[in-house]
Design a protein around this ligand. Structure first.
Ligand code: URA
Length: 435
């Protein structure tokens, strides 16, 4: 293959054929393209873009670059959810067992956190004994038997994305809508899904900071998912404030368990129920969104998803007695410091970006792929916009590895919270849905 002519073709704004894009992806996997040429190609795509046919061809070629999960025929639809990520976003944890109880099969292949964005696998790694790396055969076995699994990509799932993403990361080519779409959807398509719900976040702690950018990404992903035969919808949700009241790996597992027990914060419950309700409608298991919501609510209240969560934990190697003992602890970090307010009024801001940066620097997130994560640190009891608060009350608890780290975090967190005399007008959590 003359790779130079393909780079030049894209550089000059021409359309590449499916065969050409498949050949590029095949050459990426077999290391036939040197990094400097692949980087140059990615930059040409970044500036010139890809049309719908090209994005579809690239996505499918990436999907086919490695293992595609295969499931036996079964009346339970195969579904999943993908979030573009944010602070405190633990929706996947209660959602997977809820979906299994609603009669779905859920092969939830998830990722790790980077920067201020938390990763589902890091949260799960805080569970004693829980295994997040499973071979493809075991993934399908657990899905068939339990109904849900949450784990990482196998070594041979979408290998083209691993190489391309690593290069994008160091060449300034991550923020291309078409490359993001191909990267995310190739991984989801490798799960052989029937339906997919996307949670595309916007706001100060989101990948896409403005609503306009998030809509553009959501529309591209929804169109492409449907084009590739997966019934796809996107919810656009606010990421100016963290999801729930806890952020940090183990603290988020605790909050997810509370959600499964019918407790936990309202915004988390809304996101979990809405994701499930959309998938019920998308797979024709409910006639209307309202009916689907009621069905999902009733299932969550029944306690069955909580038992399903335990079943999934055991299937993935967790020691349930140890997990329950850990859950009973008030905290697992060495130090807990309460940050109190000196004002009275209404909380008008809990800035997710500042909270996320503080958690990352406490050791709860990664500054680079090599960073070692401390599962026990983070924040909980986070005060949320709209709440009345009195002087002396808690804005959040800081879980840290030392007194000094907790004190420094407290100083930085002061600017994350704003208290005003008037109750703020809250924007809806789910701003819109793209079908
Ligand atoms: N997440 C992915 O998996 N890929 C991207 O390109 C961006 C976010």
């Amino acid at each position: 293959m003359n790779f130079l002519s393909l780079i030049e073709s894209k550089r000059d704004g021409h359309t590449l054929s499916t065969a050409q894009l498949r050949e590029i992806v095949a050459s990426v996997v077999t290391n036939k393209i040197p990094d400097y040429q692949l980087a140059s190609f990615l930059m040409a795509v970044f500036f010139r873009g890809l049309n719908t046919a090209e994005t579809t061809a690239l996505t499918l070629a990436m999907r086919d670059s490695g293992d595609v999960l295969k499931f036996p025929k079964d009346k339970r639809p195969i579904v999943d959810k993908h979030s573009t990520g944010g602070v405190g976003d633990k929706v996947s944890l209660p959602l997977a067992p809820l979906l299994a109880c609603l009669g779905f099969r859920v092969p939830m292949i998830s990722g790790r956190g980077l920067g201020i964005t938390g990763g589902t696998l890091d949260k799960l790694d805080s569970i004693p004994g829980f295994k997040t790396l499973l071979p493809a055969k075991r993934i399908t076995e657990i899905v068939q038997k339990v109904g849900c699994v949450i784990c990482g990509q196998t070594d041979n799932m979408v290998p083209a994305d691993k190489k391309m993403y690593a290069l994008r990361d160091v060449t300034g080519t991550v923020p291309s809508i078409q490359l993001i779409t191909a990267s995310i959807l190739s991984k989801k398509l490798a799960e052989s899904l029937g339906a997919l719900i996307l949670d595309v976040k916007f706001g100060c702690a989101a990948f896409m900071q403005t609503r306009a950018e998030a809509i553009k990404l959501a529309k591209t992903m929804v169109a492409l998912g449907n084009q590739c035969g997966v019934n796809t919808r996107a919810m656009l949700t606010d990421m100016n404030t963290p999801v729930g009241r806890a952020s940090g790996n183990w603290l988020e597992v605790k909050e997810s368990v509370a959600c499964l027990a019918g407790m936990g914060p309202e915004d988390l419950r809304v996101l979990v129920v809405d994701c499930a309700a959309h998938l019920l409608v998308q797979t024709h298991k409910a006639k209307s969104f309202n009916a689907a919501r009621k069905q999902a609510e009733a299932c969550l209240n029944s306690g069955a998803p909580s038992a399903k969560w335990d079943e999934m934990l055991m299937a993935q190697g967790a020691d349930l007695a140890e997990v329950k003992q850990k859950l009973s602890l008030n905290h697992t970090a060495k130090v807990v410091l309460e940050l109190k307010t000196r004002c009275s009024g209404y909380v008008t801001r809990s800035d997710a970006r500042i909270l996320g940066e503080v958690i990352r620097d406490l050791g709860g997130g990664r500054l680079s792929k090599e960073s070692v994560v401390n599962f026990d640190v983070g924040l909980d009891q986070i005060a949320k916009p709209g709440e009345a608060i009195k002087s002396g009350q808690t804005l959040c608890r800081i879980h840290a590895d030392s007194d000094n780290q907790a004190r420094l975090a407290g100083e930085r967190l002061a600017s994350a919270f704003k208290i005003s005399a008037n109750r703020p007008k809250l924007l809806p959590l789910v701003a819109s849905v793209i079908k």
